[in-house]
Design a protein around this ligand. Structure first.
Ligand code: KIV
Ligand code: ZN
Length: 386
């Protein structure tokens, strides 16, 4: 168990599908370059058949990328696959990602075909894509709600037809972690030849379980995680890249490793947020603006004494300058003294006490006390500023 987990970034495909998050070619290239620096293994560049603009973007990304595999999405349709292949012509490491819905819901109410036909299409789309590239990833859309026995039959067809990667999407974010993990295990146990292909997770976040489900996936045999920066994506989003990477890094006992340069996580989070015009919630794990901010007196006192009391990640590890002590009416004397020290003010005990009482009244009024207000507050002690 354990080993290297491939990070497949789909910010530019699944992430970019979000209304209002659309990117032009230039913006996609900027993000592509940042993704390469981050160290992702696969960049899903787009869905080329969807529009001429997307086709051109995938083509430009394929020409730009040096080390990562560039992937293009297609349905199990010949003209989609041809278009994906054409867009990837200049890629050093091209991958076509093709597939079909497999749950009863998708088969009977979306595709409106028989299950036998699904098996045939799974086989055919992989065989057709293999005519253009060696590296073919097959997805079983809505695998999360697909009966495991039928899913294994579909994946068996894809493996026999030469798929190099099989993607098991929890398209609707429905699965519980144990259930999703068992699904991966079921495929490991029931599909002949699956040991020669990479199993991939692709979990959506409708119930807030995408990170837990992806980790359950790798604990049961998957070795690729599909994810996006800041977890952007359809509806409640995709698995958040920064979260799964840091789970693996922090839980050394899991024995998993990635090629990600974690110091780039915060900078790329800001870049994607600004370029996509998609704010990151303040309390978002790893990259939210409050992820390393402490505001209650008890926590502040603990962090000032030893960061490890309340932080499991050194902010520098993910590219954040430092943890911050936010001064509010819940802060204690230790925090006030610490922040005064940061602006070069040293007070004796009675001066600190007197300032603290005035600070509390001010903080009750304005909520957060920043450096300018702090300087005003200690104006009377300006003579002892160091
Ligand atoms: O969520 C999903 O099922 C997908 C597939 C197209 C891979 O994005
Ligand atoms: Zn998806």
């Amino acid at each position: 168990m354990g080993g290297k987990v491939q990070i497949f970034d789909t910010t530019l495909r699944d992430g970019e599908q979000v209304p209002g998050c659309g990117l032009n070619k230039k913006e996609k290239i900027i993000i592509t370059e940042a993704l390469e620096e981050l160290g992702v293994d696969i960049i899903e560049a787009g869905f080329p058949i969807s529009s001429p603009g997307d086709f051109e973007s995938v083509k430009a990304i394929a020409e730009t990328v040096n080390n990562a595999t560039v992937c293009a999405l297609s349905r199990a349709v010949k003209k989609d696959i041809e278009c994906a292949a054409e867009s990837l012509r200049k890629a050093k490491y091209p991958r076509i990602h093709t597939g079909i819905g497999t749950s009863d819901q998708h088969v009977f109410t979306k595709l409106k075909i028989s299950k036998e036909k699904v098996l045939e299409k799974a086989r055919d789309c992989v065989s057709y894509a293999k005519k253009f590239v060696d590296d073919v990833e097959f997805y079983a859309e809505d695998a999360g709600r697909t009966d495991n026995d039928f899913l294994a039959q579909v994946i068996q067809e894809a493996v026999k037809a030469g798929a190099t990667v099989v993607n098991i999407p929890d398209t609707t974010g429905y699965c519980l972690p144990e259930e999703y993990g068992q699904k991966i295990k079921y495929l490991v146990d029931h599909v002949d030849g699956i040991e020669n292909v990479t199993i991939s997770t692709h979990c959506h976040n409708d119930l807030g379980l995408s990170t837990a489900n992806s980790i359950a996936g790798i604990q049961n045999g998957a070795r690729q995680i599909e994810c996006t920066i800041n977890g952007v994506g359809e509806r409640a989003g995709n698995t958040s890249l920064e979260e799964v990477v840091m789970v693996m890094r922090k839980h050394k006992g899991l024995n998993f490793d990635t090629n990600i340069n974690t110091q780039n996580l915060y900078p790329i989070s800001r870049l994607v947020s600004e370029t996509m015009n998609m704010p990151v919630q303040a309390n978002k794990a790893i990259v939210g603006s409050n992820a390393f901010a402490h505001s209650s007196g008890i926590h502040q006192d603990g962090v000032i004494k030893n960061r490890d009391n309340y932080e499991i990640i050194d902010p520098a590890e993910v590219g954040v300058n430092k943890s911050s002590i936010i001064l509010t009416a819940r802060s204690g004397r230790a925090a006030l003294n610490f922040r005064l020290g940061q602006i070069g003010v040293v007070l004796n005990k009675s001066e600190l006490e007197e300032t603290y009482q005035r600070f509390l009244r001010l903080a009750d009024d304005i909520n957060v006390v920043d450096d300018p207000e702090l300087k005003e507050l200690v104006g009377a002690y300006a003579h002892i500023t160091v």
